[in-house]
Design a protein around this ligand. Structure first.
Ligand code: PHB
Length: 366
C-alpha cells in the first residue's frame, strides 16, 4: 500500500477526543502493563517516573495495575496506592508525565485469588469471592509456585474492599493522577466476582447476573462518588479465560453490566477485546460515553478503522508503547518500530524499560 494511503487510513487516530474531564490530543493511548519494578513497599521510583514520562506523547497513559490495599497485591514488586509513601512515589510519576505534556490514570488492580503470600509484605492468604483455587502457577522470588486456595471475603469485607477502592482513588488524585481506571478484566478480583466459576457466593454478590455484577457496580459507584465520574474509567474483558476464568453467560452478563454502568457517566469504558465481534458491537451500542478499545494483536490500520467507524473512540496499545517511547512520532512519520523484548517485561531495572531508543529529535528522545 502506498504511504499516502496508510496516512489516510490512520487519520482517524489523530483527531482530538475526550475521556470525561481528560482532554486527549489524539486517540492512541497506552494500555496498562505490569512491569514489577517498584520497591518492596510498593513505592514508585524515579526510574518508574522516567519510564512513564518518556511515553507522555501517547494520548493517555494507563499505568500498570496498582494495588488499592495490601490484600490487593498478588505479584512481586507491583506498586500500591494505599499509603502516604506510595502517594509520594506516584507524585514523582505524575509530575514527570505532566511536565512532559502527558496525561495519566492509575489503574486500580486488586488481584484477588491470583496471588501468592510470598509476593506480599504481609504474607497473608489471598482473598477472593469464594475459596476456589485458581489453576496455574504464580511467579515468586523462589520461582513458580502453585497459588493457594483463597479465603472467601465475608459480605462485610466485600463492603470494606469497595471502600479500599474508594480510598485508593482519592490517594491517586492526591498524587496528581488525572483519574483512575478500575481493573475489572483479566481474571482479577472484579472479574472473579463476575464469573460463574470463581464466584460461588450465596449472598447478594453471587448467583444471579444481577448479583455477580454488583461488586463491579459498587466499586465504580464508590470511586465515581469519591473523585468524580469524569475521572473514573473501568476496564473489562468479556469472555477472557485468562487466570482460570470461565464465563458461560457473556451475552447476558456484559450487556447487564454495561447497562448498569452507563448511568454513572464514567470517563470511559476500556474493553479488552478477545474476538466476539457481535458482543463488542452490542456493548458499544449500550455505552453512551467514550470507549477505549484494546484489540490485541490487530494491526494499527484495523484499529484506526474501528475509530473511523465509531466502534471505538480511542485505541490502546501495549507492547508497541512499551518498546517505543516515541511511538506516536514513529507512526506519524512512518519510521520503523523497535521490537519489544519479552525477557525484560517483568522485573529488573532500566534495561528493557527506559533504554528503548527514541528517534533523534523525537518527543520521548533522551
Ligand atoms: C500480568 O501481570 O500477567 C497481567 C496483569 C494484568 C493484566 C494482565 C496480565 O490485566
Amino acid at each position: 500500500m502506498p504511504a499516502d494511503d496508510i496516512a489516510v487510513d490512520l487519520n482517524a487516530l489523530w483527531q482530538p477526543a475526550r475521556a470525561g474531564s481528560i482532554e486527549l490530543p489524539h486517540r492512541l493511548a497506552m494500555a496498562p502493563m505490569t512491569r514489577n519494578r517498584s520497591t518492596p513497599e510498593g513505592v514508585p521510583t524515579e526510574l518508574n517516573a522516567e519510564y512513564y514520562a518518556q511515553r507522555a506523547s501517547l494520548a493517555l497513559i494507563v499505568t500498570e495495575g496498582t494495588q488499592p490495599s495490601p490484600d490487593g497485591q498478588g505479584y512481586l514488586l507491583t506498586p500500591g496506592i494505599h499509603s502516604p509513601g506510595q502517594v509520594a512515589g506516584w507524585r514523582k510519576v505524575t509530575d514527570a508525565v505532566h511536565a512532559a505534556g502527558g496525561r495519566i490514570v492509575v489503574q486500580l488492580m486488586h488481584t484477588g485469588r491470583i496471588a501468592h503470600p510470598d509476593n506480599t509484605a504481609h504474607g497473608r492468604q489471598p482473598v477472593a469471592p469464594s475459596a476456589v483455587r485458581p489453576a496455574g502457577v504464580m511467579f515468586t522470588a523462589d520461582g513458580p509456585r502453585e497459588m493457594p486456595v483463597p479465603r472467601a471475603l465475608s459480605t462485610d469485607e466485600v463492603g470494606a474492599t469497595v471502600d479500599d477502592f474508594r480510598r485508593a482513588a482519592a490517594y491517586a488524585v492526591e498524587a496528581g493522577a488525572d483519574g483512575v481506571e478500575i481493573h475489572g478484566a483479566n481474571g482479577y478480583l472484579v472479574h472473579q466476582f463476575l464469573s460463574g466459576n470463581a464466584n460461588e457466593r450465596t449472598d447478594r454478590y453471587g448467583g444471579s447476573v444481577e448479583n455477580r455484577i454488583r461488586f463491579a457496580v459498587d466499586v465504580a459507584t464508590a470511586v465515581a462518588d469519591e473523585i468524580g465520574a469524569d475521572r473514573t474509567g473501568i476496564r473489562l474483558s468479556p469472555g477472557n479465560p485468562y487466570n482460570d476464568i470461565r464465563e458461560d453467560d457473556v451475552h447476558e452478563l456484559y450487556p447487564a453490566l454495561v447497562r448498569a454502568l452507563a448511568p454513572l457517566d464514567l470517563a470511559y469504558l476500556h474493553l479488552m477485546h478477545i474476538g466476539d465481534e457481535e458482543l463488542l458491537r452490542t456493548l458499544r451500542s449500550l455505552w453512551p460515553g467514550t470507549l477505549l478499545l484494546n484489540r490485541a494483536g490487530a494491526d494499527l490500520g484495523a484499529r484506526a478503522a474501528d475509530v473511523a467507524e465509531g466502534l471505538a473512540d480511542v485505541v490502546t496499545v501495549g507492547a508497541s508503547a512499551l518498546a517505543n517511547p516515541d511511538l506516536v512520532d514513529r507512526i506519524r512519520s512512518g519510521a520503523p518500530l523497535n521490537d519489544p523484548d519479552p525477557a525484560t517485561f517483568y522485573g529488573g531495572g532500566a534495561s528493557g524499560y527506559t533504554d528503548y531508543p527514541a528517534l533523534p529529535g523525537a518527543e520521548g528522545a533522551r
